[in-house]
Design a protein. Structure first.
Length: 95
């Protein structure tokens, strides 16, 4: 891919930069060098490389969801100031 003056102008607009002509020429050289460097990746044979989403192996770190306290309604309601029909009774918040 060739870096043109239009591309440099467009990138300058996106980055909200006002570049002088010398800076535009330098940016064109820098972007060309970057693209040339990245294009070296095309030379690699990746046909036997497995696709991955992370550089490190990612494993599920969550534990199994196991109920440990069950339905112990009496103990749960033991500290309730008021209860009605097996539930907490709270003051009204609106009419």
């Amino acid at each position: 891919m060739t870096i043109t003056d239009e591309i440099i102008d467009y990138v300058g607009i996106l980055a909200k930069l006002e570049l002088s002509e010398d800076e535009k020429e330098q940016a064109k050289k820098d972007m060309s060098n970057m693209l040339e460097y990245v294009s070296k990746l095309d030379e690699l044979d990746t046909s036997n490389v497995e696709a991955m989403s992370h550089a490190f192996p990612v494993k599920n770190v969550f534990r199994e969801d196991v109920v440990t306290n069950g339905d112990d309604r009496e103990n749960l309601l033991a500290n309730a100031p008021e209860q009605k029909e097996g539930c907490y009774k709270v003051p009204k918040t609106f009419d």
